[in-house]
Each structure stands twice: as structure tokens, then as C-alpha cells.
Unconditional design. Structure first.
Length: 358
């Protein structure tokens, strides 16, 4: 059944739709404005009418709306849909679209306990076209009442980043995309130019390799170079003679936070700071006191929710704590969704305690 709205008719008349696939127009409300989502696989994209249609359906969650969601649900939980087809319950593998079916069950079981979902695009891209379609269906199924993150870690020269931004913000209904800042401002700026959309810039990551670059000390002011122990503390052979890497300068990740924070406001810019780097959160908050932080690494990676909450929460809460494997793979039988809900409830209940005085 086609649900048509008068404001979309001029656009739809100019679109050639593949009649083999379904067209569904979903009406959602966001901040008293009307947005439209065209959930259609493989339309024939032709001319400016298609571009305009894409722009008309895009939903976006503002910072204030995100804060309101957190306060209402008493949760700053972000569930990571890092769906590995080799790890989902075996009975789903006979389904025509097992990844989407798995995701849909997880979303149905947890939507009231979290404020955000993070889709790690690598797990979908690895499956080719079918994986990409499953990712798009998942993002649309989540809907506009959750903050939807594309964990894609994009970042390239300006014109390439511009296309990446269009992919996730115009062709797909994501609120935010993770971005690697290594190539500088012109690689990040395109993600900041889409109204209502967010760039989540890698600051300090939770992996062991963060010590290779992010945690290295910078020496020399404006012409700083990175020096220090890049062997994860196994040897001091790579240090320059007489160098004290704990004295003077700042760490590379601190330079990244300080610099990138000047490129946009707290309304469309977040930073990734890994939960396993809890000792650094005090320094992080001195540099970016008002930004939201996306914090992966709780659960399977061993990060402490209590420590993060105590050290990094700000006046607006300012945290999205991501948990992936510990929730979505909490069960491996036909009751996997129930197990996922129980795991998510535990995190939400703990977060509720930390939000009592907020």
C-alpha cells in the first residue's frame, strides 16, 4: 500500500520506481517538522528530482533532543550492531536476510533501553550488496527516535569526504558518522556541512595500538614532532637519548581534540574516546568539557561504566556509552533477543543510578 502525502507528490511524479520492489513512505515527526523516509530498494535515480527527494526525507536528531531522550529513558546506552554473520544464532541462517532479521529482533528487544544504535559498516560491507541492503534496512527500521551512528571511520581529501558524507547523510538515514582526522580539516569539514548531522571524530581509541600514535608526547610547540615509546613499553631503544617523554608538550590525541574542537560547535561534533583509556578522561574533559563523547570499549573490552560515568559526565550528561558484543551476543539460541534485552537492562539500570543527580 502506498501512503502518499500531498507535499511529496510532485517529487514522486518525477521518479522512476522499480515496480518489482516496494515503495513505502514513512511520515515521522521531529521537532514539529515533517520529514519523509523513502524506504525503497533500487529506485532508478534520475536527475535533480531524486536529489530533492533524498533531501526531503532526511531526519536528524539535535543535541537537545538527544539530551531529552537520555533523561526520559534514564539511559545513555548506545547498542552496537556489529553483526557478524558467523556469530548469529544458527537458526537464522536459513532466513533470506539473516543479518537484518537478527538486527530487527535486537532492536525490538532493546529500543526502550537505549538512545542510540551504532552500525559498524565493515560487517555489512564484507557481505557485498546484500550486506549493504541489510544495513540500509536496519537504519530505516531503527527510525527517528534513536540517534543512528554509522561507524565507518571515513576521512579523505575534501571531494572524496564530500561523497562519503552524501552517502551516509543523504542516501542513508544516519544522524552521525565516525571520522578519522589524520588528513586534517579539509577531510573532516564535509561531514560538518550537513544541517542537523554530526561528525564523531576519533580522539583516543580503545585499542592497544592507540599507544603507537595517539598517546605519544608531542615536543616542540607549533612545530611539534611526536616522540616516545612506540613499542608499547617493551623497550626504550626507540627513545632519543636523554628524552623524557612524560615532560612538556602534550599528547597527540590532546592536540587532535584541541584543534578539531575549533572546527565546529557542540551541536554537531562529538569525539570518540575509548572506555579502556579511563585514566585520560580527566584530561579529555579539560579540553572538550561540553562535547558529547562516544565511548566504546565497555563490555567485551573490559571498560568500566562506573569509572567513565564518574570521570566524563558533564552537565548535559555528554556521554553515549557503546556496548556491542556483550548485548547482541548475550545469547546464541532462539531466545537470543531476550538475552540481549536482559543484558541491556543491566547497563540501563546502572546508568539510571549515575543519572540520579542529573
Amino acid at each position: 500500500m502506498l501512503i502518499l502525502f500531498s507535499t511529496t507528490l510532485p517529487i514522486l511524479k518525477n521518479l522512476k520506481i522499480n515496480l518489482v520492489r516496494a515503495l513505502k513512505i514513512l511520515k515521522t515527526a521531529n521537532n514539529n517538522q515533517k520529514y519523509f523516509a523513502i524506504a525503497c530498494a533500487n529506485p532508478v535515480r534520475t536527475g535533480p528530482a531524486w536529489i530533492q527527494a533524498r533531501k526531503n526525507y532526511i531526519c536528524a536528531m539535535t543535541k537537545q533532543q538527544l539530551i531529552e531522550q537520555i533523561r526520559r529513558k534514564k539511559s545513555y546506552l548506545c547498542i552496537g550492531l556489529d553483526t557478524d554473520i558467523s556469530k548469529i544464532p544458527q537458526h537464522l541462517l536459513t532466513d533470506p536476510d539473516p543479518v537484518f532479521t537478527f538486527n530487527k529482533s535486537i532492536i525490538d528487544a532493546t529500543h526502550d533501553l537505549c538512545v542510540s544504535y551504532k552500525i559498524n559498516t565493515a560487517f555489512y560491507e564484507a557481505l557485498g550488496v546484500q550486506g549493504w541492503e541489510a544495513m540500509e534496512k536496519t537504519a530505516r527500521y531503527i527510525g527517528s527516535d534513536h540517534f543512528i551512528i554509522a561507524d565507518a571511520k571515513r576521512g579523505d581529501i575534501g571531494n572524496t569526504s564530500n561523497q562519503y558524507a552524501k552517502a551516509f547523510f543523504e542516501a542513508l538515514p544516519f544522524d552521525a558518522v565516525t571520522v578519522a582526522p589524520y588528513m586534517g580539516k579539509d577531510s573532516v569539514s564535509p561531514f560538518l556541512q550537513h544541517e542537523g548531522k554530526w561528525a564523531i571524530v576519533l580522539g583516543l581509541t580503545s585499542n592497544k595500538g592507540a599507544k603507537d600514535f595517539e598517546l605519544q608526547m608531542m615536543v616542540g610547540g607549533d612545530n611539534a614532532v611526536v616522540r616516545g615509546d612506540t613499542n608499547h613499553g617493551d623497550s626504550g631503544d626507540n627513545k632519543m637519548a636523554g628524552e623524557d617523554t612524560n615532560r612538556g608538550g602534550e599528547k597527540l590525541y590532546e592536540k587532535v581534540l584541541r584543534t578539531v574542537a575549533e572546527w565546529a560547535s557542540t551541536d554537531n561534533l562529538m569525539f570518540v574516546v575509548g572506555a579502556t583509556q579511563a585514566d585520560e578522561f580527566v584530561h579529555v574533559r579539560k579540553i572538550v568539557p561540553d562535547h558529547f563523547l562516544l565511548v566504546p570499549g565497555v563490555g567485551a573490552q573490559g571498560g568500566s561504566l562506573q569509572e567513565i560515568s564518574e570521570k566524563a559526565m558533564n552537565k548535559d550528561i555528554g556521554l553515549l556509552v557503546n556496548v556491542s558484543r556483550a548485548v547482541i551476543y548475550a545469547g546464541s539460541t532462539e531466545n537470543f533477543a531476550t538475552a540481549a534485552r536482559e543484558a541491556a537492562q543491566q547497563y540501563q539500570a546502572e546508568m539510571k543510578q549515575y543519572l540520579k543527580n542529573m
